[in-house]
Design a protein around this ligand. Structure first.
Ligand code: DAK
Length: 258
């Protein structure tokens, strides 16, 4: 598939960088962007050469939300049947770790794209918000759910009901952002972190991600059982033998991803 509104690069071994590229519209997510995003994430998730993915926009905007001009005339049925959600879902469903590198506006569906990632790196200029209420709608790509599960009821209510926006520093303080860096370095730092993840045992990384995400979806007992099952499964991999052997031999492990 040729992409019009996203760019996919391989900045370092094992890492894919997906850039939203609709700068004049602040990377507003129209159907085409979301379709391309879904395609890219599905392909990268299958690509054995890719072990971590960085999703970014540009310095001014990660993404200012779904495309309002495209949505305005749509009916309920049209919104439901158009494959809008595929983009957000593909990011959220990736088995490999996904890092959002956010600068400038991350609003509405743009913020929800960041919330769908596993780790969020922000530039000092990043602004996060769910301003859908100003348009007479509510978040529809996970905002109310992922925010509530991450920062709790009260801050989520203020953000969703009253368009409270968070600076990068505030988002970090509330546990929504892992690290804040200057504008000049946030993307490099995100790629550096992705390279570190890409150098780790691939199956263990994927299973660890799966286990953590399961915590959002299950009662504790089911989560503990799921974690244990994944833990036992890893003892059937070559990487577990290699990791433990390397420890005993005091050398660096060589991961095979099997
Ligand atoms: N949609 C369309 N165009 C947008 C846009 C957006 N979300 N955000 C910005 N733009 C366009 C502007 O229209 C303008 O285009 P021209 O007029 O130059 O053609 C250009 O980008 C620059 O924007 P501004 O002139 O407004 O620039 P400012 O610096 O003054 O302001 C801003 C930047 C980001 C604060 C402002 O543009 C803004 O407030 N944008 C809207 C933010 C917003 O309300 N976002 C939420 C959108 S609703 C779904 C699930 C979820 C969703 C959809 C479907 N399903 C389950 C199906 C998500 C919905 C949303 O995200």
């Amino acid at each position: 598939m040729d992409y019009e509104y996203i760019v996919v690069e391989r900045p370092v071994e094992g890492v894919a960088l997906v850039r939203l590229n609709r700068p004049k519209q602040y990377n507003a997510l129209n159907l085409q962007v979301l379709t391309e995003l879904a395609h890219a994430f599905e392909s990268l998730d299958k690509d054995e050469g890719v072990r971590a993915i960085v999703l970014t926009g540009n310095d001014k905007a990660f993404a200012a939300g779904a495309d309002i001009k495209e949505m305005i005339t749509r009916t309920s049925a049209e919104m439901k049947s158009a494959p809008f959600v595929a983009g957000w879902d593909a990011v959220a469903m990736a088995r490999k770790p996904v890092i959002a590198a956010v600068s400038g506006y991350a609003l509405g569906g743009g913020a929800e794209l960041a919330w769908a990632c596993d780790i969020i790196i922000a530039s000092e200029t990043a602004v996060f918000g769910q301003p859908e209420i100003n348009l007479g709608i509510i978040p529809g790509a996970g905002g109310t759910q992922r925010l509530a599960r991450t920062v709790g009821k009260y801050l989520t209510m203020e953000m969703v009901l009253n368009d409270r926006r968070l600076t990068a520093e505030e988002a970090a303080r509330f546990g929504l952002v892992n690290h804040v860096y200057p504008l000049a370095s946030y993307l490099d730092e995100a790629i550096k972190l992705a390279a570190k993840l890409a150098s780790r045992a691939p199956l263990a990384v994927q299973y660890a991600k799966e286990a953590v995400l399961f915590a959002f979806e299950s009662p504790l007992r089911a989560g503990l059982q799921h974690e244990r099952l994944l833990f036992y499964t890893l003892f059937g991999t070559e990487d577990q033998k290699e990791g433990m052997q390397a420890f005993i031999e005091k050398r660096a492990p060589e991961w095979k991803g099997r």
